[in-house]
Design a protein around this ligand. Structure first.
Ligand SMILES: CC(C)(COP(=O)(O)OP(=O)(O)OC[C@H]1O[C@@H](n2cnc3c(N)ncnc32)[C@H](O)[C@@H]1OP(=O)(O)O)[C@@H](O)C(=O)NCCC(=O)NCCS
Length: 218
C-alpha cells in the first residue's frame, strides 16, 4: 500500500457499473465541470445550500473548501465522507455519507447528486447501494437515514426502491425557499432482506479506525 498520510484515499467501493472513491485534489476541476453542467432544473432546488447555482468561480472555491473541510475536520466521533462516483472513468457525481458518534449510534446519513446528463439511468440507486454496503456490511451500521424535499421524485424514488421507510416531515430552508423535507430511514433488517447488486469494498481495513471504534466487517 502506498503510504501517503490519508488512509481514506485507498478506499474503493465497486458496484457492477461504478467505482466510488474519495476524490483527490486533482479531481476537483472534473467535479466542478459536472456541477457547472447543471444538477437540477432551475427554480426548485433539492439542496439546503444550492451549491450548483452559485457564480462559476464560487462553485470552484466552494467545492474545494467543502473537500478540504471534510478532511481537516474529520474525527472518529464526527465524520463526513465524500465519494466521487465514476462510471467507466468519468466522474458523474458525488455520494456522501456522514455520521456523528457512530460507535454508539451506528447511524449514518447519506446525500447525493449526479450531473443532469447522468440522471435517470439507475446510477443513483447503484451508488446508494454502494454506500449502504460500506455502512452496513463494512462498518456494522444499524440505521441509514436520508431525506428528500417534498416533490423530489427521483430522490424519493431511489430511497423507496432501496426499501427505506418514510420517517416524518419537517419544514426546511432550501436555499432561500421554504419547503418540507421527508425523512427516510432504512433499518439493518430491511437492508439485509433487500435485493442488492454484487459490491466489493477495497481498502477499508487501513482506515477502519477513522470511522469510530474498530468493528468486524460483515
Ligand atoms: C437523486 C438522484 C441522485 C437520483 O439518481 P438517478 O440516477 O437519477 O436515479 P435512478 O435512475 O437510479 O432512480 C430513480 C428512481 O426514481 C424513480 N423516479 C424518477 N422520477 C420519478 C417520477 N417523476 N415519479 C416517480 N418516480 C420517479 C425512478 O423510476 C427510479 O425508481 P425505479 O427504478 O424503482 O423505477 C439524481 O436524480 C440527482 O442528482 N438529482 C438532482 C439532485 C438531487 O435531487 N439530489 C438529492 C438531494 S436529496
Amino acid at each position: 500500500m502506498e503510504e501517503h498520510g490519508w488512509p481514506l484515499w485507498d478506499l474503493r467501493i465497486r458496484t457492477p457499473r461504478l467505482v466510488l472513491r474519495p476524490p483527490r485534489e486533482a479531481d476537483l476541476s472534473r467535479l466542478v465541470q459536472v456541477i457547472r453542467g447543471g444538477i437540477h432544473e432551475p427554480g426548485v432546488t433539492p439542496f439546503r445550500f444550492d451549491f450548483c447555482c452559485q457564480p462559476p468561480e464560487e462553485i470552484f472555491l466552494g467545492t474545494a473548501r467543502f473537500y478540504w473541510r471534510s478532511m481537516a475536520e474529520w474525527k472518529p466521533e464526527k465524520w463526513s465522507l465524500i465519494l466521487a462516483v465514476e462510471e467507466e472513468g468519468t466522474i458523474v457525481g458525488v455520494q456522501g455519507v456522514d455520521a456523528q458518534d457512530f460507535s454508539e449510534l451506528r447511524t449514518v446519513a447519506t446525500g447525493s447528486w449526479l450531473g443532469r446528463s447522468f440522471q435517470g439511468r439507475g446510477i443513483g440507486k447503484e451508488m446508494r447501494h454502494g454506500v449502504l454496503h460500506l455502512a452496513f456490511a463494512g462498518l456494522g451500521a444499524a440505521v441509514a437515514l436520508s431525506g428528500a424535499r417534498v416533490g423530489n421524485a427521483q430522490s424519493l424514488g431511489v430511497s423507496h426502491a432501496l426499501g427505506y421507510r418514510e420517517n416524518g416531515l419537517k419544514p426546511m430552508m432550501f436555499g432561500q425557499q421554504l419547503g418540507e423535507e421527508i425523512g427516510l430511514r432504512l433499518d439493518r433488517a430491511d437492508w439485509e432482506r433487500s435485493e442488492r447488486p454484487p459490491i466489493v469494498i477495497d481498502g477499508l481495513d487501513g482506515c477502519r479506525s477513522m470511522f469510530g471504534e474498530s468493528l468486524p466487517s460483515g
